[in-house]
Design a protein around this ligand. Structure first.
Ligand SMILES: Nc1ncnc2c1ncn2[C@@H]1O[C@H](COP(=O)(O)OP(=O)(O)OP(=O)(O)O)[C@@H](O)[C@H]1O
Length: 757
């Protein structure tokens, strides 16, 4: 069924208020040592429920505790007045103002729905919401002087999905629901009693309660198996600035639902089973309606049960609504209590659109006012006609009566006078002697008829006046009976109670805010501590890392420096090699004949195994070293082309020879000790000439450190003969750079390598 769109759509959104009340442990529960599993923090409006200890130890699933927040929560110490003053009073005030309002109690059997809604009527402090609302409404009316009120009450029960009028004489009659295009769903033919005071409305309620169905189940002997709805309609009228009466109508539904316990737990069978199924049906439809409303479904299944059809306006419609969820505190009710709390928690999200119901067409108060006016007019109308004829008669008699408005008392007087006149006439007729008996009889008859007509009129007027009185008596106007209703002291007391309730409410709100603030502060503190710890932890890590980094950097610097020095060394070495290579190249080019050179090149090979250059064995035919020819006295026989060149006389002796092919003369140590290198100026000049532009070449072989010199002679080719060794040692000990270097580097793979480049 689509959601109501008439009045509801115009109101301001307002959530259904949901409060929870937990009853005290019953004596039975205390005696059997039940555990309390419910905890309530009224200031925080928080209720927690935890699994019974026995169940936790048996099968803990991790969801052992649940916490919910509601608009108000009441624990086992809460008083009836607390619930009324803090929760119900504002809603009842709104109903008096012309809003629709609903308060319904929902919960497991025996958890205090009836106690909360009705309470114990004989004790004022134990009165529930329904009787307290009676007192409230009539008190409020008594103190409102500007408005006229009409209060009526109805009482019905939904039992096995059929509606029974609890105030009807015929308790077997079942009522039907009817859909009103504008006003929504209403119960056809439902009795409603106008009540003028608290006693009358209490009487209505007592009558209904006597008719209410109750039955015993395993769960609770007196558990109610029906849904009971007590309806109070408060109509009020006020004359506006336009002189017109404006009417407002507020409807209050006070609903005591049947127990919500599950079928299996009640152990019902037969009729009881059918009852329970139907109770469950309307409650489960109620649950579906709540879910559909909360989820914003386009289809809300109001029509699926009588209860939800009747409460349609209260759930998602034009009404202010309060749900009171009741629970028991004991462990064995854990599952049911949790279900109730979840149900209630969902209901918090239902949005209603309450608005004041102004000038509805079917207001009973308006009908009353119109009927009273009509009757008064009727009474006046008759008098008016007579007043006119009397005025005419009086004018004939010379009297002038301008007053058109008649006083009903005048009319009474007039009729009385007429009666007296007729009586007088009757007496004179009876005493008349000049008429015969027939004429006398006829005259008396006429008089009697006139008398009866006057009496009928008097009677009709009395009836009309009584009706007006009756109707007017139903309309209550505040102020008039204030002294009879309440004493001033009561009023002061009531106001103080209201102020206290208001102050308490504000106090609770402040406490709530403080608690929230404290919680927030603690959370922030906790967060701050966590962050501080984290910062400290990170700082320590950072310090450790930076120490590590410093170490790495020191190592890196060391490595770089080491590499740098190694590189410099290598570069120096390279430069040295280049220099030597150049020098050797020079020597080769200048001192080794071309053909010898080529032969030498042919013999050069790289020994992969030893990673060095070596000279191949001399082939006997071609490479065998030529024996030095016998020297001529003072001169040598030139046998190379080169030796013909005699440009430098000092070295002519050598120039005629291929120094590589020559077997060395082992010099006899016949001379003095060697005294340092003396390069012949001509050779020096030749070298300098050749080295032009080669600035970096160091000609003094002594500049090479001894260590390096040692390294350089590390490999001497195997094909070297003893003479070579001798030669080597001779030249190595010599300061003559040319000769030492020549041997050293010719035999070293590295030198040759460099030379090859
Ligand atoms: N807040 C309370 N303080 C003291 N006693 C309570 C309270 N609530 C309930 N009780 C007691 O618990 C018992 C069961 O309460 P009640 O009959 O109201 O339950 P219920 O929910 O209306 O049950 P049912 O579903 O059968 O109508 C009663 O004896 C009642 O007096």
């Amino acid at each position: 069924m689509p959601r109501p769109t008439t009045a509801a759509s115009k109101g301001k959104d307002e959530s259904v208020r949901v409060v929870v009340r937990c009853r005290p442990m019953s004596e039975k529960e205390q005696e059997s040592g039940c555990e309390r599993v419910v905890n309530i923090d009224g200031q925080r409006r928080q209720i927690s429920i935890r699994k019974p200890t026995s169940e936790i130890s048996q099968r803990s699933t991790g969801d052992d505790g649940h916490t919910f927040f509601f608009d108000a929560v009441y624990d086992w110490n809460s008083k009836q007045t607390d619930v009324y003053e803090q929760t119900a009073r504002p809603l009842v005030d709104s109903v008096i103002e012309g809003f629709n309002g609903t308060i319904f109690a929902y919960g497991q059997t025996g958890t205090g729905k009836t106690f909360t809604m009705e309470g114990v009527r004989s004790q004022v402090e134990l009165r529930g919401i329904i009787p307290s609302s009676f007192a409230h409404i009539f008190d409020a009316i008594a103190h409102t002087t500007s408005r006229q009120f009409l209060v009526r009450a109805s009482y019905l029960e939904i039992y096995n999905e059929s509606i029974r009028d609890l105030l009807s004489k015929d308790q077997n009659k079942r009522l039907q629901l009817q859909e009103h295009p504008k006003e929504g769903v209403h119960v056809h033919d439902l009795s409603s009693f106008i009540t003028k005071n608290m006693q009358e409305i209490e009487h209505v309620m007592n009558t209904g309660n006597l008719n209410r169905s109750t039955g015993a189940t395993n769960m609770n002997e007196h558990s109610s198996r029906s849904h009971a709805i007590f309806m109070i309609t408060v109509e009020s009228s006020e004359t506006g600035a336009d002189g017109q009466a404006h009417i407002r109508v507020g409807k209050l539904n006070l609903v005591d639902l049947a127990g919500s316990e599950r079928q299996a737990k009640t152990g019902s069978t037969g009729d009881r089973f059918k009852e329970a199924t139907n109770i469950n049906l309307s409650l489960s439809v109620l649950g579906n309606v709540i879910s559909a409303l909360v989820d914003g479904n386009s289809h809300v299944p109001y029509r699926d049960s009588k209860l939800t059809r009747l409460l349609q306006n209260s759930l998602g419609g034009n009404s202010k609504t309060i749900m009171i969820a009741t629970l028991g505190p004991a462990d064995y009710n854990y599952d049911e209590s949790l279900t109730t709390l979840r149900y209630a928690n969902r209901a918090k999200n239902i949005k209603n659109q309450p608005r004041i119901n102004e000038d509805p067409k079917d207001a009973l108060l308006r009908k009353f006012q119109e009927e009273i006016a009509r009757l008064k007019e009727h009474l006046e109308g008759k008098g008016k006609g007579r007043r006119k004829s009397r005025r005419r008669g009086n004018q004939d008699e010379g009297e002038n009566n301008e007053n058109e408005e008649g006083d009903p008392n005048d009319e009474e007087l007039y009729l009385k006078e007429q009666q007296d006149k007729l009586n007088e006439e009757k007496r004179s007729i009876l005493h008349k002697r000049n008429i015969n008996e027939t004429e006398r009889e006829q005259m008396l008859q006429e008089l009697e008829q006139q008398k009866q007509a006057i009496e009928r009129e008097q009677e009709a007027r009395r009836e009309m006046q009584h009706k007006i009185q009756q109707m007017e008596s139903k309309l209550i106007t505040g102020g008039k009976d204030i002294v009879t209703h309440t004493s001033e002291q009561e009023e002061t007391l009531r106001q103080k109670r209201r102020l206290i309730a208001e102050a308490e409410r504000r106090h609770r709100e402040v406490q709530q805010r403080l608690a929230e603030g404290e919680e927030e502060r603690q959370t922030i503190n906790q967060k701050y501590t966590n962050i501080k710890e984290e910062v400290e932890d990170k700082r320590a890590k950072r310090d450790k890392l930076s120490k590590h980094l410093k170490k790495i950097e020191a190592k890196r610097t060391e490595i770089v420096e080491h590499q740098q020095s190694a590189r410099e060394e290598l570069e120096a070495e390279q430069r040295e090699i280049q220099k030597q290579t150049k020098l050797l190249q020079l020597i080769i080019e200048n001192f080794i004949p071309k053909d010898e050179r080529e032969r030498l090149y042919k013999r050069i090979q790289f020994d992969d195994q030893h990673n060095q250059w070596t000279l191949k064995e001399l082939s006997k035919e071609t490479d065998q070293m030529v024996h030095r020819p016998v020297s001529a006295r003072h001169t040598r026989r030139p046998f190379t082309t080169n030796s013909h060149v005699e440009s430098i006389p000092e070295i002519a002796h050598f120039r005629s020879e291929n120094i590589m092919l020559l077997q060395l003369d082992h010099p006899m140590r016949t001379t003095r000790d060697y005294e340092g290198p003396v390069v012949a100026p001509a050779i020096q000049a030749a070298i300098e000439n050749a080295m032009k532009g080669e600035e970096n070449i160091e000609l003094d072989a002594n500049n090479i450190p001894v260590e390096k010199r040692k390294k350089k002679k590390k490999k001497i080719p195997d094909n070297r003969n003893d003479d070579d060794d001798d030669m080597y040692s001779k030249y190595a000990s010599s300061n003559t750079s040319v000769s030492r270097l020549g041997f050293n580097d010719v035999y070293s793979g590295r030198s040759l390598n460099g030379a090859r480049r």
